[in-house]
Design a protein around this ligand. Structure first.
Ligand code: PLP
Ligand code: TYF
Length: 398
């Protein structure tokens, strides 16, 4: 019956991560998948999360289904974190926020919603973007295009070209933007560039779909969401997918949220209902555990302070590793390939290494990067950074 089903080639990032797991070499270094590892190379369990979980264990109780929209204290905490606790839009009840299965689930529920209510709208992604963006939106039946973004040569942004393309889009087109820590390039818009882009979106009646998977890893929790605050105050139709996978180190718990900023509380209520209907059509309602952990931390001032502190330490460790790899490569790679380690932000850097160099890094040195040259800087630590720098220097040299 199922003979005609072809083999799934797999997701390139996840497949590479599996190859790494099977690599027997002792000195192997995983800089492929977008996961934050601590200085010991381990996936952290954040102190505040551990405490919230201990508290939950002490109150084991019945487990009813959550509503389709998710755990109410979680939804509220997520909304406050993304839009600001004192956001006007939040106070007036015009943001519809629901719990989703990770940031990926938020993208999918948002895509299904857009396909239903804006059936003629097409979507524009940065070139390049996270590979799964295209997969998720196309699987919702939305046609996907790209706008210019990354400048190969400088390792920076093609901002003028980006803006020109966005200026040419028909009304109600959807523009997907990364709030911070762009995956895969590490190149973000600066404040002045956001200030130039936002009025264009508004004037051209475009829909901004902001993906924020790394809040807190760029400049700080508030700073990383500044573009969202600006979009809201400028009246741009806005959808935000956010994820707690990275900033709570809760990857497998699948904690995310989707928010749609509306013009009135009444509109938000109707939108929330339709988002819930998309959840009902897909998986009925989200899981409980991770949402209780995140809400338990965000809604308890002492745990929240501890979480913020630990997240700052993670961000600073990434910055320190950027500096260490920069120092290690200084004099070994050309200037334009060097400065990007410091200029690009968040978990990723586009190293500019060629596919052949990336392959040599893996085969000769057991250092794993994505074929595109993307390095997850958060996989570097005091023990491996020198080794990685010398491995890169050696493949660049010959
Ligand atoms: N969006 C971007 C840009 C990401 O990098 C990721 C995860 O790596 C996600 C969304 C999905 O996050 P989650 O693992 O919470 O589904
Ligand atoms: O490294 C990246 O860019 C991601 C990581 O369900 C990832 O693709 C892995 C699994 C998943 C979501 C994101």
């Amino acid at each position: 019956m199922f003979e005609h089903v072809p083999a799934y080639p797999g997701d390139p990032i996840l497949s590479l991560n599996e190859d790494f797991q099977h690599d027997p070499r002792q000195n192997k270094v995983n800089l492929s998948i977008g996961i934050y590892f601590d200085d010991a190379g381990a996936l952290p369990v954040m102190g505040a999360v551990r405490e919230a979980e201990s508290a939950l264990l002490g109150s084991i109780g019945p487990r009813p289904y959550l509503p389709m929209t998710g755990h109410a204290p979680y939804r509220d905490a997520a909304q406050a974190l993304v839009f600001g606790a004192d956001s006007e839009a939040r106070a007036s009840g015009r943001i519809a926020t629901l719990q989703t299965i990770g940031g990926s689930g938020a993208l999918k529920v948002g895509a299904d919603f857009l396909k239903r209510y804006f059936p003629n709208s097409q979507l524009w992604l940065s070139d390049p973007s996270w590979e799964n963006h295209r997969v998720v939106f196309e699987s919702a039946g939305i046609t996907v295009h790209t706008y210019p973004y990354y400048d190969e040569h400088s390792g920076g942004l093609r901002f003028e070209q980006m803006l020109d393309r966005i200026k040419s889009l028909p009304p109600q087109s959807i523009v997907l933007l990364h709030a911070c820590c762009h995956n895969p390039t590490g190149v973000d818009l600066d404040d002045a560039q956001w200030a130039e882009l936002v009025p264009v979106l508004q004037q051209r009646k475009l829909i901004a779909f902001v993906d924020m998977a790394y809040q807190g890893f760029g400049a700080g929790l508030e700073e990383d969401a500044a573009c969202i605050r600006l979009l809201v105050s400028s009246g741009v139709p806005l959808i935000v997918a956010n994820s707690f996978s990275k900033n709570f180190s809760l990857y497998g718990e699948r904690c995310g949220a989707l928010s749609v900023v509306c013009e009135s509380a009444d509109e938000a209520k109707r939108v929330l209902g339709q988002l819930a209907s998309r959840v009902r059509a897909n998986y009925s309602n989200p899981p409980t555990h991770g949402a209780r952990l995140v809400a338990g931390v965000l809604n308890a001032p002492a745990l929240r302070a501890s979480w913020e502190q630990e997240l700052s330490t993670m961000r600073e460790r990434i910055l320190a590793m950027r500096k260490r790899i920069y120092d290690g490569l200084n004099g070994h790679v050309e200037e334009r390939l060097l400065t990007r380690y410091l200029a690009q932000r968040g978990m990723f850097t586009y190293t500019g290494l060629t596919e052949i160099q990336v392959e040599r890094l893996r085969e000769e040195h057991a250092v794993y990067l994505l074929r595109s040259g993307r390095m997850c800087v958060a996989g570097l630590n005091e023990r491996n950074v020198g080794y990685v720098a010398s491995a890169i220097a050696s493949v660049v040299k010959s």
